[in-house]
Ligand binder design. Structure first.
Ligand SMILES: Cc1cc2nc3c(=O)[nH]c(=O)nc-3n(C[C@H](O)[C@H](O)[C@H](O)COP(=O)(O)O)c2cc1C
Length: 211
């Protein structure tokens, strides 16, 4: 039986001991709680895990000799990493990005991941979640422009902006990867907005499922 393509969850941080992995687990857990009774909906899987085990996500500089705009099949890309990335996004019903703001903008590795493809993104439903000391608002603004104006994709709703408490930025605390939000009380206030955003995502990929 063919498996349904997953919704890739793109993580904007690749640093060790980050907050991104914990926030990603929290989002995936919220999705599972929501879709438990709707098992024909796709799962959300970290984009890294969707790549073959021997290949990394193309987070490095764009080195393709041709513009992605003129490429219409995965095998036209020159590296196996970008070919696989193209296949994943081509078959994805939607895409979710969870990312920190770095210096008032989009982390470079995330921008590279987006820049490696073009036609694959067109009309794809996107959900953006940013975070930082002030919700990652500058990153959310920039990413919204890149996705809508640059990549011709569509946002299912306004970006969700999560403000990290100080101890998660300048202190030792990090969002837990295991506790599903229970160790991180500040996440409680975002649960409702995340649920609404996930409903918008469901609506975009399977309109008949939304209420
Ligand atoms: C390179 C870098 C730049 C940052 N720039 C900002 C910023 O512009 N605004 C902000 O609120 N926090 C900023 N921060 C703090 C991050 O919000 C915080 O460290 C967050 O945990 C980073 O996400 P991560 O831990 O998942 O990598 C920055 C952190 C780093 C590492």
């Amino acid at each position: 039986m063919a498996t349904k393509p997953a919704i890739p969850l793109i993580l904007g941080s690749v640093r060790p001991n980050n907050n991104c992995d914990g926030l990603a687990s929290f989002i995936i857990d919220q999705w599972h709680q929501k879709i438990s009774s709707e098992s024909d909906l796709p799962s959300i899987v970290s984009a890294k895990e969707l790549m073959p085990p021997n290949l990394s996500l193309p987070i490095g500089p764009f080195e393709e000799p041709r513009l992605s705009h003129g490429i219409h099949a995965p095998e036209e890309y020159t590296t196996p990493e970008v070919q696989e990335w193209s296949k994943i996004i081509r078959s994805a019903p939607a895409v979710i990005i969870i990312t920190p703001q770095y210096n008032w903008g989009i982390p470079g590795q995330l921008k590279n991941l987006l820049d490696h493809l073009f036609n694959e993104w067109n009309a794809k439903p996107f959900l953006i979640i940013t975070y930082g000391g002030h919700g990652g608002s500058k990153c959310a603004e920039q990413l919204s422009s890149v996705i809508q104006m640059g990549l011709k994709a569509k946002l299912v709703c306004d970006p969700i902006q999560i403000t990290l408490p100080k101890e998660y930025i300048s202190g030792e605390k990090r969002v837990s990867r295991e506790s599903k939000g229970q160790d991180d009380a500040f996440l409680l206030e975002y649960k409702n907005n995340i649920a609404v955003a996930l409903d918008a995502l469901i609506n975009a990929i399977a309109p008949k499922k939304a209420e």
